[in-house]
Design a protein around this ligand. Structure first.
Ligand code: ZN
Length: 99
């Protein structure tokens, strides 16, 4: 009976070790593969939204600022009046751009 227990147990350990090694090999290969794909997809995905962003920035600059806010003529961000440094050709310049 003892040999009956030993034989299958040893086989199981061998199988476990084999599948572990296989898992490691597959996981390692799968990781590098997916990273390559992700980087390629990310590069492709960044180009189109990046082109659209220029339009978004333009439309943001057109939005009129609130009474106590102004749109900086340099960075086109809306700032509170307390951050107005000076006006250049009628365009308000924020303190961040002035410094
Ligand atoms: Zn600014």
């Amino acid at each position: 009976m003892a040999t009956d227990y030993d034989a299958p147990r040893k086989q199981d350990e061998d199988l476990k070790q084999d599948s572990l090694d296989e898992l490691k090999a597959h996981t390692g290969a799968g990781r590098s593969d997916s990273v390559d794909v992700d980087e390629a997809e990310a590069a492709d995905g960044f180009e189109l939204p990046g082109a659209d962003l220029s339009d978004v920035e333009l439309s943001v600059a057109v939005i009129p600022a609130q009474d106590d806010e102004f749109t900086c003529g340099s960075c086109f961000l809306v700032h509170h009046r307390s951050q107005l440094a000076y006006e250049e050709d009628g365009m308000p310049i924020c303190t961040e751009c002035a410094s």
